[in-house]
Write a protein that binds this ligand. Structure first.
Ligand code: SF4
Ligand code: SF4
Length: 445
C-alpha cells in the first residue's frame, strides 16, 4: 500500500490557478505554481474542503466504479447512515434498503447498526476510566489524520476503536461466509460513502494492516440510480434488512455519536476549522471537564460530506424524520459489544509532522532561523498571490527550495524598482562618459 494514498486529486487541465483552494485548506497542503494548483501529499488529510470551494471543479475524489461489484459472487452494500438523509420523508429506510437490493446488491448491512456497536464499546471504555480524557472520536478519518499531522499531543486521546464502516464490513463478511457457505474471497462488501476521507481510510488504513471493505462508492454516484429503483417500491413497504435503532441512524449528523453515549460531559464539534479551534483548546487544557469529543470534519457532520447529493441542512431535516421513525422500531439494545477487544486498533499511530524542516536538528534550527528572517522581510498581507497560502508558508517554501522570494509580487516590485534605479544610475554614468568623450571628440575635431 502506498504510504500517501489520497482520494482527493487534482484534474490539472481544469485548474485555472485561481488560488481559492489554498486559503481553505486546513493543513496548508496546496500551492499554486506555474498557474496550476498542486497538492502536497504528506500534508493532505482528504477533508475535501478544496473539492467544495473549487469553482472549476478541478478537485475530485477518486472512488471505485460500480463495475467492481462484478468481481464478486455475493455483494453486500454497507450504506453510511448519511445516505438516509439524502431522501425526503416519502422514502422510508425500508424503501431505501430494498432499493439497494434492486441495484444489484445481494444483501445490505446497515453501518448504522455497527455504529451502535461502536457506541456500546465506547460506553464500556469510558466507564473503565482507563483513558486519557477527553477521549476523541475516531469516526472521521480526516480528523484522525489532522491529529496525526498537526496535533501530536492528542494522539493518545484518540478512541482506538475501528470505525462503524470497518466493523460493519467485518461482521457482514463473517455472516455471509458462515450462513451462506461462500468463501470469503468471493464476498464483496461495498461502502456507500459521503466522503473522500473514507475512501482513503479503506485504501490506506491507519488502524490495521488491511481494510475489510472491498470497494467504496460515492453517495453521489448511487443517488439517482437508487431514486429510479425506489419509484417501483411502495412507500409503506416492510423490509427485514432494517437492523439499527435511532441512535445508529442519528450518527449521520453532528451530535449523533454523543447522543448515543448517553453521558452528560460530551462535546460535538463539526467543520474542520471549528475542530482545529477545539483541539487547540484541548492542548491548552481548557476542556478538562469534557469526557468525550465527537469531532467531524464536515459542516453538519457526514450529512455535509463532499460526496453527498443534497444540501446538508435539507439532509438534516430528512434525517430527523428517519430518526423519529427508528424510535418506534428500536434495535439499539440488541447492537451491543460486550467484548470490545475485537474492535480495537491493531496498529499504532505515529506522528507525521508536516512542519519539520530537516531530519537533522542543527540543520532544522538553521533553516528555522532563515525562515523567520525571510518571513520578517515579507509584507505580511497573506494575499496568496504568490501561490502559497500566506507569507509564512511562502517563507517556508523558499527555505525548502520550493519557491523564490520574487514569487511575492511586492518583493518582485521592489526588485524591479531596484533594478530600474540601477539601470538609471548606469545610464547616467554611460551618458556622462559619452558626453565627456563626445565633447572631447568635437573639440578635437
Ligand atoms: S483535501 Fe483537504 S487537506 Fe487535502 S488538499 Fe484538499 S483541502 Fe487540503
Ligand atoms: S465528517 Fe463524515 S463525511 Fe465528513 S470527512 Fe468526516 S467521515 Fe467523511
Amino acid at each position: 500500500m502506498a504510504e500517501y494514498f489520497h482520494s482527493v486529486t487534482l484534474e490539472k487541465e481544469k485548474c485555472r490557478g485561481c488560488t481559492n483552494c489554498i486559503k481553505h485548506c486546513p493543513t496548508e497542503a496546496i500551492r499554486v505554481r506555474n498557474g496550476k494548483a498542486m497538492i502536497i501529499n504528506e500534508r493532505c488529510i482528504d477533508c475535501g474542503e478544496c473539492i467544495r470551494v473549487c469553482p472549476y471543479h478541478a478537485k475530485k475524489a477518486v472512488t471505485d466504479p460500480l463495475s467492481v461489484m462484478n468481481e464478486y459472487e455475493f455483494r453486500v452494500a454497507l450504506p453510511a447512515p448519511s445516505l438516509y438523509g439524502q431522501f425526503g420523508k416519502e422514502y422510508s429506510r425500508e424503501r431505501i434498503l430494498k432499493g439497494l437490493t434492486e441495484l444489484g446488491f445481494d444483501w445490505v448491512f446497515e453501518v448504522a447498526r455497527a455504529a451502535e456497536i461502536v457506541s456500546d464499546a465506547t460506553r464500556h471504555i469510558l466507564k473503565s476510566g482507563k483513558v486519557r480524557k477527553p477521549l476523541i472520536s475516531s469516526a472521521c478519518p480526516a480528523v484522525v489524520r489532522l491529529i496525526q499531522v498537526r496535533f501530536p499531543n492528542l494522539i493518545n486521546n484518540i478512541l482506538k476503536l475501528e470505525s462503524p464502516m470497518e466493523v460493519a464490513a467485518r461482521i457482514a463478511k463473517q455472516t455471509v461466509v458462515s450462513e451462506k457457505n461462500i468463501p470469503a474471497e468471493k464476498v464483496g462488501v461495498f461502502f456507500i460513502s459521503p466522503c473522500a476521507a473514507k475512501v482513503t481510510s479503506v485504501k490506506a488504513p491507519y488502524e490495521k494492516k488491511e481494510s475489510s471493505v472491498n470497494g467504496v462508492f460515492s453517495i453521489k454516484d448511487i443517488h439517482i440510480k437508487l431514486m429510479e429503483k425506489m419509484k417501483n417500491i411502495p412507500p409503506d413497504c416492510d423490509c427485514e434488512l432494517v437492523s439499527s435503532g435511532a441512535y445508529g441512524v442519528g450518527w449521520a449528523g453532528s451530535g449523533g455519536e454523543c447522543a448515543a453515549l448517553e453521558r452528560p460531559k460530551t462535546l460535538a464539534v463539526h467543520g474542520i476549522h471549528n475542530v482545529i479551534a477545539i483541539f487547540e483548546e484541548i492542548v491548552e487544557e481548557k476542556l478538562k471537564d469534557v469526557d468525550f469529543v465527537e469531532a467531524l470534519s464536515c459542516i453538519e457532520g457526514c450529512l455535509g460530506g463532499p460526496l453527498t447529493a443534497v444540501n446538508p441542512f435539507v439532509a438534516k431535516t430528512n434525517l430527523k424524520c428517519q430518526v423519529n421513525r427508528a424510535k418506534s422500531k428500536d434495535f439499539s439494545s440488541e447492537n451491543t459489544a460486550a467484548d470490545y477487544q475485537d474492535l480495537l486498533w491493531t496498529k499504532d499511530m505515529e506522528y507525521k509532522p508536516i512542519l519539520k524542516l530537516d531530519e537533522n536538528v542543527m540543520k532544522a534550527m538553521i533553516k528555522m532561523q532563515k525562515l523567520e528572517e525571510i518571513n520578517d522581510g515579507l509584507p505580511g498581507l497573506d494575499c496568496g498571490a504568490c501561490g502559497s497560502p500566506n507569507c509564512r508558508a511562502l517563507a517556508e517554501d523558499i527555505v525548502r527550495g520550493l519557491a523564490f522570494e520574487t514569487d511575492c509580487i511586492f518583493k518582485l516590485r521592489e526588485k524591479v524598482s531596484d533594478l530600474a534605479d540601477q539601470m538609471k544610475a548606469f545610464e547616467h554614468i554611460y551618458r556622462t562618459k559619452q558626453d565627456g568623450s563626445g565633447r572631447g571628440k568635437t573639440n578635437d575635431g
